[in-house]
Design a protein around this ligand. Structure first.
Ligand code: DAT
Ligand code: MG
Length: 171
């Protein structure tokens, strides 16, 4: 079997605001990968800083955070949808369908070229995140998902017994 790869895909808040989720997932289905994890996430400051650790010190980080967290769109849109995809050349295949970072430079047939734009403060509304390499994917997937939130064991795990952890349950 061909070498399997994993990639983290995030449908960003502008994707949700524009009701593009189904459309983008259809585009991604052309990569012939399989979804092995999926969840809706309200992005905390801590998670955003981990995810964009290479950009935390950039002057545009505050604006990037406002966009990526969805805060600039209001409380109904403070969420993203995160996926783990699996398959041959998963990172490359999704990146090619997603297109270049800057929507104005992206090929118009890519997701970012077709649906992205630049808004105030030079924020790139570029619809989708995808991991740029298997190494980035591993770090990013571990930031976003617990082992049991993915239907296959993809990286080594360790067992822990957690006592007295307070959790919320339905009444
Ligand atoms: P990509 O999302 O293509 O992997 P990246 O990791 O370099 O690109 O940057 C992450 C996001 O940060 C990107 O989707 C848009 C934003 N960004 C990057 N460089 C920027 C810049 N110079 N000005 C404004 N936003 C930027
Ligand atoms: Mg990146």
């Amino acid at each position: 079997m061909a070498q399997q790869e994993y990639t983290l895909v995030i449908l960003k808040p502008d994707c949700i605001v524009k009701s593009l989720t189904g459309n983008i997932l259809t585009r991604l289905s052309e990569a012939h990968l399989r979804i092995i994890g999926c969840k809706v996430v309200k992005v905390s400051r801590e998670l955003a800083e981990k995810h964009y650790s290479h950009l935390v010190n950039k002057p545009f980080f505050e604006d990037l955070y406002g966009y990526f967290s969805g805060k600039i769109y209001g409380a109904d849109y403070e969420r993203v949808i995160a996926f783990v995809y699996k398959g041959e050349d998963a990172c490359g295949r999704v990146r090619r369908i997603a297109g270049a970072t800057n929507p104005f430079e992206a090929d118009p047939t890519t997701i970012r070229g077709a649906y992205g734009r630049i808004i105030q403060n030079n924020v790139m509304e570029n619809v989708i995140h995808s991991s740029d390499s298997p190494e980035s994917a591993e770090q990013e997937i571990k930031n976003w998902f617990l082992p049991d939130e993915i239907v296959e064991d993809i990286y080594p795990v360790r067992s822990v017994v957690e006592n007295a952890v307070e959790r919320r349950r339905w009444v």
